[in-house]
Design a protein around this ligand. Structure first.
Ligand code: CTP
Length: 400
């Protein structure tokens, strides 16, 4: 959840500042860009060198850089940040934040920030329990700032109780889950299918198609980025999910894909079938390798089950169901026919007549047609951007 996020980490004067080193390391490990801003007092507890080495950026403390005469632009920093995390937040800094006092660079960044602000207090038991601190924290929460609650245990003073800054791992988990729950598809379970299916002829041969799985994998990644809990049923494909949270179920044949989709559909809020499922499969699979014949050779084929059609029959009014139509002629008419026949909420139309669209390409050009007849045609885009357009349509239709 923190990957590619710009984080300003504010560090205040508190013994808990020693934990900031681990916190910076974990943020960097999670893929974030971290700019540390320390209060002057914080430098008594941990050196800027430690934090600049770990964050791979010079640490900022003062408005002015005496040697160069330059100044650190707090407005730019406030705009750059996707998150401002103040950890440790001392009683003094909390009081300043609650009252809009601006006597150091960190306070100026705080007052300029347009992004969510998280604060992880660290102080002694009595300071934490003081009415002034309680009031300051409620005031900060009323401004929309988010409290990362302190833990309980032994404090630097030797006292036991509340006031100890949350551990760096807990702060990372708190930030990740808070970001996730605010995403448009948070708490939604979505089923995606991708890739081709292989229909066995004998132990060494199969009937397959050219689908690479790129589109379905891009959709699964995008849904996960939007906060969904994604199950990806994939036919044989060399693709890998970029998002670790995607649960992958590997299948080979259309029959296996049907079974995996049926097992997961009922508990899903939405399903998008992007797999290129074989329409036919051999009536019998030879148990031994078929030997060459002197004359022509033919294989008896039977129809596979239309997985999307089956899901359409099972679909409840709360579920969103979508499919793909890859057409070469009468594109819109054929797509609308599929949408109605399979009881879909929307269909993604690809035309093989469009350059840059289709199997194995990194780009695609789609038109989304929904069950109300609304039609949106998109330009040629990367499959990742096409996936985003499709996922936004799911987010629009899914029950909040
Ligand atoms: N699909 C499916 N199960 C099948 C075949 C297709 O779930 N056995 C799904 C695909 O994942 C896709 C949509 O149905 O979302 C495609 O519809 P389909 O009618 O199969 O399209 P074509 O295979 O292109 O069929 P036609 O030859 O009739 O155009």
């Amino acid at each position: 959840m923190l990957a590619n996020k710009n984080i300003v980490l504010g560090v205040c004067g508190s013994i808990a500042a020693y934990k900031s080193a681990t916190l910076v390391r974990l943020m960097i490990k999670a893929g974030a860009n971290v700019q540390v801003v320390m209060t002057p007092d914080a430098t008594n507890f941990i050196t800027p060198l430690t934090l600049s080495t770990l964050s791979k950026k010079p640490v900022l403390v003062e408005y002015f850089i005496a040697e160069t005469g330059e100044w650190n632009n707090h407005v730019e920093l406030g705009l750059w940040a996707d998150l401002l995390v103040i950890a440790p937040a001392s009683a003094n800094t909390l009081a300043k934040m609650a009252n809009g006092l601006c006597d150091n660079l960190l306070m100026a960044v705080y007052l300029s920030a347009k992004c969510p602000v998280y604060f992880a207090p660290a102080m002694d038991l009595d300071m934490w329990k003081h009415d002034a601190t309680t009031e300051n924290i409620s005031r900060l929460q009323s401004f929309g700032n988010i409290l990362i609650p302190p833990g309980s245990g032994e404090l630097a003073s030797g006292l036991h109780g509340e006031g100890r800054m949350a551990e760096p791992e807990e702060i990372i988990a708190f930030l990740s889950s808070d970001i996730k729950k605010k995403l448009p598809l948070a708490n939604k379970k979505i089923l995606v299918s991708a890739g081709p299916t292989y229909e066995a002829i004998d132990p060494v041969r199969f009937i397959g198609n050219h689908s690479s799985g790129k589109m379905g994998f891009a959709i699964a990644d995008q849904l996960a980025l939007m906060g969904a809990d994604v199950t990806l049923v994939s036919g044989p494909s060399a693709q890998v999910s970029k998002q670790h949270s995607v649960t992958r179920i590997d299948v080979t044949s259309a029959a296996e894909m049907l079974e995996a989709c049926l097992a997961n559909f009922k508990s899903s809020d939405a399903c998008i079938m992007s797999a290129a499922v074989a329409d036919y499969t051999p009536v019998t699979v030879a148990s031994q390798k078929i030997k060459k014949k002197e004359t022509n050779f033919s294989i008896d084929l039977k129809k596979t089950t239309d997985i999307l059609g089956e899901l359409g029959k099972l679909k409840s009014s709360k579920q969103v169901l979508a499919g793909f139509a890859l057409e070469t002629n009468d594109e819109e008419k054929n797509a609308i026919d599929k949408l109605e026949r399979k009881n879909l909420d929307f269909i993604v139309l690809n035309s093989l007549n469009d350059e840059g669209a289709g199997f194995k390409k990194d780009t695609n050009k789609i038109t989304i047609i929904d069950r109300n007849g609304e039609k949106t045609a998109f330009g040629l885009k990367s499959k990742a951007d096409v996936a985003r357009d499709i996922c936004l349509k799911i987010a629009e239709l899914i029950t909040p």
